[in-house]
Design a protein. Structure first.
Length: 288
């Protein structure tokens, strides 16, 4: 199903390529470099020389890293992503410690004092400070994004009864209650929730062009924010100048305020989106 704060919320190995580095603003590039300096030797020591970290989930003291046993020799499809072991990386100190060394997870996020772990079967569990796991939900596709209070997560839900490409956006509280917030035709995914806990933005393909939509935690009717009026055929030969790219994943998202979301639109190129007005623009100068 898989296609996901402060400035950097997910790093992939590709993010350090020359192309991506050229497109990153200086602050983002410094954080990528700093993360690699701590994680690369720590992962090799804990998991062996072939292991690599491929994702960072979250930020600060609560940042988690996903580790693969080794990089596949051939490119994989999106449904064949390797499963991850999970380590915690403290961005402020550079300290790294193992959370779970089994390679069985798709994603992980810190939720308050706990850790949410999503396995390859779509089962979401919460692990407390004592290492005890508790089932939260099944049929979760990913794109975990916790509330600022750490009392719930928004996520992409797999609507299996409607086919493999039918997904919805929902919110899951720490008691395991799941509420669907948006479920249009096809894919609704990549949700993120504002710091005040009221606004949820997500990406939908319901118009044939991946676009941002906005709803509320009450599940208000979703409103399209970006790419209004565009259709798929208009992107042939290259997107028009008014096209706003979707985010790489939820882990590339940060909220600058309750109204402004910053996200990675691909290759390290960040954008800013006002979730009230739909105004969006590349964040070219940030972080200098």
């Amino acid at each position: 199903m898989k296609k996901q704060l402060l400035t950097l919320t997910v790093v992939t190995l590709a993010a350090t390529s020359v192309l991506a580095a050229d497109r990153m603003n200086p602050a983002d590039l410094r954080r990528v470099t700093k993360a690699r300096e701590s994680l690369v030797p720590a992962v090799a020591k804990e998991f062996g020389p072939k292991a690599r970290f491929v994702h960072l989930f979250g930020q600060g003291r609560g940042m988690l890293a996903g580790v693969v046993a080794e990089i596949p020799s051939e490119p994989l499809g999106t449904d064949e992503l390797p499963l991850l072991a999970i380590v915690k990386y403290d961005e402020s100190t550079g300290a790294v410690r193992v959370v779970d060394r089994e390679f069985k997870y798709r994603e992980a996020r810190t939720v308050g004092a706990d850790v949410a772990l999503l396995d390859g079967e779509g089962t979401l569990r919460i692990r407390d400070a004592n290492g005890k796991d508790r089932l939260l939900a099944r049929g979760v596709g990913g794109d975990l994004f916790p509330t600022a209070k750490g009392d719930a997560l928004v996520a992409t839900l797999l609507m299996s009864s409607e086919g493999p490409h039918e997904t919805a956006v929902g919110i899951i509280d720490l008691n395991g209650r799941v509420k669907v917030l948006a479920d249009g035709p096809g894919v609704d995914a990549t949700p993120s929730i504002s710091p005040d806990g009221r606004t949820v933005v997500f990406v939908s393909g319901r118009t044939s062009v991946a676009s941002f939509y906005v709803t509320t935690v009450e599940g208000a009717e979703a409103k399209q924010l970006t790419n209004v009026g565009l259709e798929n055929w208009m992107l042939f030969g290259g997107p028009p100048k008014e096209f706003v790219p979707p985010p790489v994943s939820t882990h590339h998202m940060e909220w600058l305020s309750d109204d402004v979301l910053r996200y990675n639109g691909g290759g390290g190129a960040f954008w800013k989106l006002n979730v009230r007005t739909g105004q969006a623009a590349p964040d070219v100068e940030g972080g200098k």
